[in-house]
Design a protein around this ligand. Structure first.
Ligand SMILES: [Zn+2]
Length: 278
């Protein structure tokens, strides 16, 4: 779904041109609120351009549109959702406490690489604890639920019944599980399933209806049950990575992250030589 399309009311969603990751924006009475910023500077600029042109076309005479991008919300700190903000104009940047902490760590970890590539994701200017409501016509709710990353948050537009889940939902592809909190993730999905939602914009994969929340929960339950089985059988993490990687369709690129998740988050043993990190 490369490019951006209206998914409900004044809410737009789309992805980078290689369809790797999603982002979106909401046209509000206070300007454009952007949700995540894609994976490269070029992607971020394309998103910005789409947001501005949608806003410019939205004025109906009676109510002139506010074309400026006034706010950016991060669903979480992973770089494929934040790097594109490098060339954004000065604007408010909202993020949960957990995401703000995570981004600080990420920016330190990537400092040399980012500097070399001219990348400087915008850092949060407004940090919220669990939930923030923006009465911006339409009202926009941002809530931290955790699960995928420590501060994983969702963006919800009640009047349009549109929900941006960030990486709490991967559709049609295996999730990145290296930093998950399994119980929090399941709880987050159950909460979201109870909300009034017609359109779900996942972090990755095509936009869908509310059923994709339940589909993600079923995937996760199945994945966690299998991981637990392998742990009980005493299968080491490296071997379990190959097994689960094949069974659940993790790409080669994702498998080191899967290995990490199995060891650090799901308690599988690591008994290869030369490992001292426990
Ligand atoms: Zn992520």
């Amino acid at each position: 779904m490369a490019g951006f399309t209206r998914v409900g009311g004044p809410v737009f969603a789309g992805s980078d041109k290689e369809d790797r990751v999603n982002a979106g924006f909401v046209l509000t009475g206070k300007g454009v609120l952007v949700v995540d910023s894609l994976v490269t500077r070029e992607d971020g600029l394309a998103l910005l351009e789409a947001a501005r042109s949608a806003a410019a076309g939205a004025g109906d005479g009676a109510k002139p549109a506010v074309v400026a991008v006034t706010a950016l919300v991060y669903t979480h700190e992973h770089s494929d959702h934040t790097i594109g903000s490098t060339d954004f104009p000065p604007c408010g940047v909202l993020a949960s406490e957990g995401t703000t902490r995570g981004l600080r760590v990420e920016l330190e970890r990537m400092a040399a690489d980012f500097a070399g590539r001219g990348i400087a994701p915008k850092t949060p200017t407004l940090v919220f604890e669990t939930r923030v409501r923006l009465p911006w016509d339409p009202e926009v709710v941002v809530a931290e639920l955790g699960g995928h990353a420590e501060g994983s948050s969702v963006v919800y537009v009640p009047s349009a019944k549109v929900l941006f889940t960030g990486d709490l939902v991967f559709r049609g592809r295996a999730a990145w599980v290296g930093g998950i909190r399994p119980e929090r993730w399941l709880a987050a999905l159950r909460v979201l399933e109870s909300w009034e939602v017609d359109v779900v914009v996942p972090g990755h994969g095509p936009v869908g209806g509310r059923e994709i929340l339940a589909e993600q929960r079923a995937w996760l339950e199945c994945f966690l049950a299998r991981a637990k089985e392998l742990r009980t059988e005493g299968v080491p993490a490296r071997q379990a990575t190959a097994i689960l990687g094949d069974e659940f369709g993790f790409t080669e690129r994702q498998r080191e992250n899967l290995f990490f998740g199995l060891r650090r988050r799901l308690g599988l043993r690591h008994d290869e030589e030369g490992d001292s990190s426990g």
